[in-house]
Design a protein around this ligand. Structure first.
Ligand code: PSU
Ligand code: MN
Length: 307
């Protein structure tokens, strides 16, 4: 029995070699409030279609791994409260109990790779949390990038993380971190940071070619693309940094740890920015979806040239 349950449109796209972009579902259940989460998920799927690719939002529903969700399933996820957040460690248990859950970057990469999808768009990945030297809180997303061959288009590590430590771990794990079209590393809500990006690429074709070169070398692992938030939606570090520091203090005071940290921080930052952080988040994920569709298209072209 096949463990994956692709939507008919996704199965057909895999068969025909049509470009496909995977999407995670934790951003819908834990990353944004209702109803903007549903509206954004639909816009992101439409952006990918407009760019000539097929979207495949991934989640586990009643013990089945869905690759591509119906409109009703997406709405159900967006409205659900208390949905499980599934990373690499949680997938097997959720399937075994016939449960449902949203997939993180790590779990979405695992499913995408098994489904034959090499490109994935999200907002921000998990990374090394501030204070990790005490908490040891390092997202499983980083390990996944080291072992699963999917190119993940993000807006850079979320500024709620310790970005220098996140870069160090990615370097240790051998994960290429590629800024798109600029030298500095984008930092999620802010297009620029003071950190130089380890790599820079200026075209979707180059990013696709690097992915395929790694595959030909049999190198395990994916690539992390950091695509700067569109200028009109970005929030400068001088404004967002004090807010992040405050949310971080509050998380510590309330004893919030583990899987709950990222959702708490995102929700608190939304309140403290009067919703501006959410508008930036929406603009950047749509921007990432459009870039991912172009990379997925280039991967298909490059593979055809190879044969
Ligand atoms: N970025 C967002 N919103 C989110 C996440 C990232 O803007 O909700 C989610 C992603 O699914 C990511 C996860 O994989 O948070 C990381 O969580 P943790 O640090 O617990 O691994
Ligand atoms: Mn964590």
């Amino acid at each position: 029995m096949n463990i994956l349950h692709p939507a008919p449109e996704v199965a057909e796209a895999v068969r025909n070699g049509t470009p496909i972009v995977a999407l995670e579902s934790t951003i819908v259940t834990h990353g944004m409030p209702w109803p903007r989460n549903l509206q954004t998920a639909r816009e992101v799927e439409a952006d990918i279609r407009a760019a000539g690719a097929v979207p495949a939002t991934i989640a586990v529903l009643d013990g089945r791994i869905r690759v591509g969700l119906t409109s009703e399933a997406l709405e159900g996820l967006a409205q659900a409260t208390g949905m499980a957040k599934l990373s690499r460690a949680d997938l097997g248990a959720c399937i075994a109990r016939g449960g449902s859950g949203a997939t993180t970057v790590a779990a979405t990469m695992i499913v995408a790779a098994r489904a034959g999808i090499a490109t994935f768009a999200t907002g921000g990945i998990g990374g090394v949390h501030r204070g990790a030297e005490r908490s040891f809180d390092i997202s499983a997303d980083l390990q996944e990038l080291a072992q699963t061959s999917v190119t993940v288009v993000s807006a850079g590590p979320k500024a709620i993380l310790d970005i220098p430590k996140t870069l160090e771990v990615l370097e240790t794990l051998g994960v290429p971190v590629i800024a798109y079209g600029q030298d500095s590393l984008p930092a999620f809500w802010s297009a620029e940071s003071e950190l130089p990006a380890p790599l820079r690429m200026d075209s979707p074709a180059r990013i696709a070619a690097a992915h395929l070169a790694r595959a030909r070398l049999d190198l395990p692992g994916g690539q992390l693309v950091a695509n700067p938030v569109p200028a009109e939606a970005g929030i400068p570090p001088s404004e967002i940094d004090p807010i992040i520091a405050r949310a971080d203090r509050e998380a510590a005071e309330r004893g919030i740890t583990g899987k709950a940290v990222t959702p708490f921080m995102l929700a608190r930052i939304l309140e403290l920015t009067d919703g501006r952080s959410l508008e930036a988040n929406i603009a950047l994920i749509r921007n990432n979806a459009r870039l991912a569709a172009r990379i997925a298209t280039e991967m298909v072209c490059a593979r055809a040239d190879d044969q």
